[in-house]
Write a protein that binds this ligand. Structure first.
Ligand SMILES: [Mn+2]
Length: 237
């Protein structure tokens, strides 16, 4: 199984998309299952984005994976939660925001990661509102240009917020990570969102748990290979 997050694909960076397509043809095509842990796209606000020739290639690549019998799944990210219907049309099925994978003897909890940034109270409140089905319908009904303007504005706003807030308020909250692992009786967590690109252990109730926080692909390409409970954190050039 392959898990990847925060590839941030965009129409303006065809070389990033090409790199992702190579990744699909390589490690993903060799896996039995692929889980996209959110923020696959830099931003997704309009169904019309599928018609972009660069982004269209991503859907073609995913369709090929699906046609090859590979179970391809998606957990919504904060930047691309609106892409679920388009991904579904390419054979990519949505998983719940938090899911558990059983592999070998181990239980691995997977999530995008934004839900673990519990100190960012404003973001969590906003998240609850925009993910409602009514808001999803409103977004889909917007003309493409209006939706794209909204997306660009939201992204710039989110960058400003990130720069203004203390690192501690933006990051994964250790207590939230511990609570999640405990709630799912999990041995490990794999997530993205905060782009740390690192692996570490945390001790919960006397036993160490494995945490992998994937990087953003504009920083460095990372993914997780999961096989019979063994977690490999892979970095590639
Ligand atoms: Mn994110």
């Amino acid at each position: 199984m392959v898990l990847v997050s925060d590839t941030h694909l965009s129409a303006g960076h065809p070389e990033g998309v090409e790199r992702f397509l190579r990744f699909l043809r390589g490690p993903c095509a060799a896996a039995s299952r692929v889980i996209l842990l959110g923020d696959l796209f830099d931003f997704w606000v309009s169904p019309a984005q599928v018609r972009d020739p660069v982004l269209g290639g991503v859907f073609e690549g995913l369709r090929t994976l699906f046609a090859g019998g590979i179970d391809t799944c998606f957990i919504e990210g904060n930047r691309d939660f609106a892409a679920t219907p388009e991904l579904a049309a390419a054979g990519v099925r949505r998983l719940p925001d938090v899911d558990v994978i059983e592999s070998g003897e181990r239980r691995i909890v997977v999530t995008h990661g934004d839900l673990l940034c519990t100190r960012d109270v404003r973001y969590q409140a906003l998240r609850r509102v925009v993910r409602r089905s009514l808001m999803r319908h409103v977004l889909r009904a917007l003309p493409e240009r209006a939706a794209l303007r909204l997306g660009t504005g939201a992204r710039a706003g989110s960058r400003r917020e990130t720069m203004n807030k203390a690192y501690g308020d933006m990051g994964l909250v250790p207590d939230a990570v511990a609570a999640l692992l405990r709630a799912h009786d999990a041995d490990a967590l794999v997530c993205g969102h905060v782009h740390w690109g690192k692996r570490f252990a945390i001790d919960i109730d006397g036993s160490p748990r494995d945490v992998v926080v994937l990087s953003a692909w504009e920083d460095s390409g990372t993914y997780v290979r999961l096989d019979e409970g063994r977690i490999d954190f892979v970095t590639f050039a």
